[in-house]
Design a protein around this ligand. Structure first.
Ligand code: TRP
Length: 442
């Protein structure tokens, strides 16, 4: 069960999003806040989501309203849990498209042939062009929608069982290589030596948002997973296991990427393109002495990224398709086409916001940033808040006890139940509200 949940959690969030968010928020101090947020806030939210899921035994749309019928707020939570994945998917598939492009570039040996200084500008040229990113986004999304339409996601999920361990091995390899580059120690310091002058009220919202995103929280995914979990499984062990492995993966990705960022002279706050600039630099330097190894590692690396992105994109689409099917009787094929059109169009706008629509900004954010910020920093927090309030105040304490301790049979869980329940009922909601509000004021 931990493997299944960690498989959903570990993805682009850890290796694409975590490093660039850390880079935008000043490094080690942010990492520290992120770790605390994961342990004190995300972990209780995770436990609340699996609890609600296993209790309700339905997917996220109907989970809360089936446990508390007649209250429209829990219906609203259900709608949020369908809307958020679709917003995320719109820009997630743009990143999927970038990964696909970099896979093609690896296969055609572009990183091997260019020298390390040239290679960092490949991304900039790609992203500012109009058509290639759009076409690749649509190809990527289309492939995912095709898989969902045909109900053949089991195939790709089987495949992804192998790619996560491969990704893990490659990341460790990258760390080894990346920290030995000249100038890399700056990057290690950046990740490990906190500078608290870089922290402000927004850092907390970004840390919590990133932590939710990375653990697939606040969008009903874990509620749905929870509904499949067997009665005898230990929810607490599964939650902690997922959170810790996800955290470790993010830290490893940071350690692989930040030293390379500094060695290549890239600005750590360069934004969503960070791994697409720094990682090719590593491959290109590697290729200078070992071209075959550089070529092979870059192909496997971007292939695993594409697969990781696909599995996430597919599960995010699946939420919308099963909603359309259960609620409106729309067939899988029609549902997939509808979602392809909606997310495809929204994604085109996100993609263009790095090129021709760059100037179109609101509060200093382009369209891509707005999609990302709205989902990760606002909606995930709202949905997570609703879930913990539901678990703490609507579900009966005995029922929560029953789920978390498996009817009292898990002695350790029973011993710390009161602390955990207190975290879910009081600490998490209050913390989320405070973080949410200060984020707007300061
Ligand atoms: N957590 C995933 C990541 O880190 C992304 C994600 C968010 C996801 N929500 C999801 C994956 C739902 C699968 C299902 O990349």
């Amino acid at each position: 069960m931990i493997f299944a949940m960690a498989g959903s959690a570990i993805g682009l969030g850890n290796i694409w999003r975590f490093p660039f968010i850390v880079g935008e928020h000043g490094g080690a101090a942010f990492v520290l806040i992120y770790i605390l947020a994961t342990l004190l806030i995300s972990l209780p939210v995770f436990l609340a989501e699996v609890t609600v899921g296993r209790r309700a035994r339905t997917s996220s749309y109907g989970a809360m309203s089936s446990l508390s019928p007649g209250k429209s707020i829990w219906k609203f939570a259900g709608i949020l849990s369908v809307a958020i994945p679709l917003i995320i998917d719109s820009y997630y598939s743009v990143i999927g498209g970038w990964s696909l492009d970099f896979l093609l570039k690896s296969v055609t040996l572009q990183f091997v042939k260019s020298n390390p200084q040239e290679v960092t500008s490949i991304f900039g040229n790609f992203i500012t062009s109009t058509w290639s990113p759009i076409i690749l986004h649509l190809v990527f999304l289309g492939a995912c929608a095709f898989i969902v339409a045909n109900g053949i996601k089991a195939g790709i999920e089987k495949f992804s069982k192998y790619t996560i361990p491969v990704l893990f091995v490659l990341i460790v390899l990258l760390i080894y290589y990346s920290v030995s580059l000249p100038g890399a120690s700056q990057g290690v310091k950046y990740l490990l030596k906190p500078d608290f002058s870089q922290v402000n009220a927004r850092s907390f919202a970004y840390a919590v948002g990133q932590s939710f995103y990375s653990l697939s929280l606040g969008m009903g995914a874990i509620i749905t997973y929870g509904s499949y979990v067997k009665k005898e499984e230990n929810l607490m062990v599964a939650s902690a296991g997922t959170a810790v492995s996800d955290l470790m993966f993010a830290m490893l990705a940071g350690l692989a990427i930040m030293p390379a960022v500094f060695a290549a002279g890239i600005e750590p706050g360069a934004g969503p393109g960070l791994i697409f600039q720094s990682v090719p630099f590593v491959f290109s330097t590697m290729s200078a002495s070992h071209p075959a190894i550089g070529a092979a590692v870059s192909i496997i690396f971007f292939l695993t990224i594409v697969v990781a992105a696909m599995t996430s994109c597919i599960s995010l689409l699946e939420v919308g398709v099963s909603f359309l099917k259960d609620r409106y009787g729309v067939s899988r094929i029609k549902g997939s086409i509808i979602l392809f059109l909606i997310c495809g169009a929204a994604g085109v706008l996100c993609s263009l916001s790095f090129g021709p629509l760059k100037g179109l900004t609101l509060w200093g954010m382009n369209i891509f940033d707005i999609f990302d910020w709205l989902s990760s920093n606002i909606l995930l927090l709202v949905m997570a808040l609703l879930t913990v309030v539901f678990t703490g105040f609507v579900l009966k304490k005995e029922d929560v006890w029953d789920e978390i301790t498996n009817g009292g049979t898990k002695k350790f869980n029973a011993a710390i139940f009161n602390v955990v329940y207190f975290l879910i009922k009081w600490v998490t909601p209050v913390a989320i509200v405070i973080i949410f509000i200060t984020n707007f004021i300061f």
